[in-house]
Design a protein around this ligand. Structure first.
Ligand SMILES: [Zn+2]
Length: 144
């Protein structure tokens, strides 16, 4: 893919594919992603690109990896625990334990949803910090 210095870098909000638009393409306001055929406003794709740049150039790389790694480990533990409880309860008591089986499945789903939300909230805070730092750097460099 050729790089165009005057092009506008965007990321498809749907499939995350990176594109470089010609300035006249960007002026149309809308862009159709050739990868997933989704049409989206240019501003949304530019925002997505900004978020990706911020995440790639983060001031908190360790914190970001800890969040991702602990999320994967926690999710695995929840799934394994649910399988373990289901296996032990179904084999020992048969269909009389149906309410318990139901509770275990619902609990596992609720835990997973909460974990997704917690991960997103943690990333959100780091995104805000990274965006503020990046903005501050841009503003302070204007004085020179
Ligand atoms: Zn796409």
């Amino acid at each position: 893919m050729e790089t165009n210095p005057s092009g506008i870098d965007v990321v498809c909000p749907h499939c995350e594919t990176e594109w470089t638009l010609e300035p006249q393409e960007a002026r149309e306001g809308e862009f159709k992603c050739s990868e997933c055929s989704t049409v989206f406003p240019i501003s949304r794709a530019m925002t997505r690109r900004y978020l990706r740049d911020i995440r790639n150039d983060t001031s908190y790389p360790v914190l970001r990896s800890v969040i991702d790694i602990s999320f994967i480990i926690d999710a695995l533990l929840v799934v394994l625990a649910a399988i373990y409880f289901l296996a032990t309860n179904i084999s020992s008591a048969g269909s009389s334990n149906l309410p318990l089986v139901f509770v275990i499945i619902i609990s596992a789903i609720v835990l997973l949803v909460l974990m997704f939300a917690a991960r997103e909230s943690a990333l959100l805070l780091i995104d805000v910090a990274d965006a503020l730092i990046e903005q501050g750097g841009r503003n302070s460099s204007k004085g020179f």
